[in-house]
Write a protein that binds this ligand. Structure first.
Ligand code: SF4
Length: 346
């Protein structure tokens, strides 16, 4: 694990068994995450994109162990664990942490949920919602807790008068600010942003994205930014990982991914990103068919039934995930020979 790497995920798998019959024996499994590798450096934002059902949200939640991983290592350089338990150079393996260690790790790893309407308890005031993690971790009570809540509410653009109000009194954008404040109140190192702007109006999305960038600079945060929309990820991420049917098919710097996509699935996603110049015509690549079932994925390359470049090998052999150089990772048999369409720009 490189020195400046905060999180390194190796072979992460999350299967959901499908149980049938009288004895509820497991007959098959939904292979939501099927062996992913990634790392995130301190202070950077890694975007994780893909269509609905590709496993990106499950991957984010498994990394935080909100879902129990089936296999794999999640090495995390936790500041507080390193101090308290002299964790080795590799950091703590979150997948193997005991309940007590997990409780401590929660301070350093937080999540912002997609839906600000359902992720806030309607019976609690904003002050109680944002201050609750301080109580759970026994960090501050009384006026010290109120001071910390006010500090973090101010950081996300809310005011002292908002503390006594309830979530239903706020707009969608303000509720997401409350969710962000709750995630930041413990001063975490890593924040998984799980589609944080998908439920918001387009006019509000930019405000929340700008806020997340400002907070990252101010508090030195590291983000795993999960989204289905590549144009949202483009604006906030330094690197982007593209997921398809439980696996990462391409990972590169944002600039490189848009200028030189090497996987046909990325090419299709990139072609769907709107271009602001009206005189530029973009060939929009429409993928045929739906994402196959993760219970019974296609053999060989999972993408082959929808790929316009598929050859016989693609139907029988799974491509290996490899580094093409300069940390541009791809899983496609033909990535070296294909000349794929980049994003259009003037
Ligand atoms: Fe398409 Fe074959 Fe590459 Fe898969 S391995 S993306 S099917 S060309």
């Amino acid at each position: 694990m490189e020195k400046n790497v905060l999180l390194q995920v190796e072979g992460l798998v999350k299967h959901f068994p499908l149980r049938k019959g009288t004895f509820r024996r497991s007959k098959a499994a939904v292979r939501a995450v099927d062996g992913i590798d990634l790392f995130i450096r301190e202070g950077e934002t890694l975007g994780l994109v893909g269509e609905s059902g590709c496993g990106k949200t499950t991957a984010g939640r498994s990394i935080l162990r909100l879902l129990e991983p089936t296999a794999g290592r999640i090495l995390f350089r936790s500041r507080r664990m390193a101090e308290a338990m002299s964790a080795g150079a590799e950091g703590v393996d979150v997948a193997k942490a005991t309940p007590r260690q997990m409780h401590a790790l929660r301070r350093d790893m937080q999540i912002i949920f997609q839906d600000p309407y359902s992720s806030l308890n309607p019976r609690m005031t904003v002050g109680a919602i944002v201050g609750e993690p301080l109580l759970v971790h026994n960090l501050a009570r009384g006026s010290a807790r109120e001071d910390r809540v006010l500090e973090v509410l101010t950081a996300v653009g809310l005011k002292a008068e908002h503390m006594k109000r309830y979530p239903h009194e706020f707009s969608g954008g303000q509720r997401q600010r409350i969710g962000i404040a709750r995630a930041l109140v413990l001063e975490p190192q890593l924040v998984v942003c799980d589609e944080p702007v998908s439920a918001l109006d387009v006019s509000i999305q930019a405000q929340v994205l700008n806020l997340l960038e400002d907070l990252q600079r101010e508090f030195g945060l590291t983000y795993l930014f999960v989204a289905h929309n590549l144009s949202v990820v483009k604006h906030i991420s330094g690197r982007v990982a593209v997921m398809y049917l439980g696996r990462i098919v391409e990972l590169a710097s944002t600039e490189r991914l848009f200028a030189d996509p090497r996987h046909p699935y990325t090419e299709a996603l990139v072609s769907a990103v709107p271009v602001p110049e009206p005189d530029i015509t973009v060939e929009r690549i429409i993928l045929e068919g739906d994402v196959p079932s993760p219970v019974n994925p296609p053999p060989g390359c999972h993408f082959h039934p929808r790929c316009r470049y598929a050859i016989e090998t693609c139907r029988t052999q799974a491509p290996t995930y490899r580094d093409l150089g300069e940390e541009h990772f791809v899983a496609c048999h033909r990535s070296e020979e294909l000349r794929l369409q980049p994003a259009r720009s003037k």
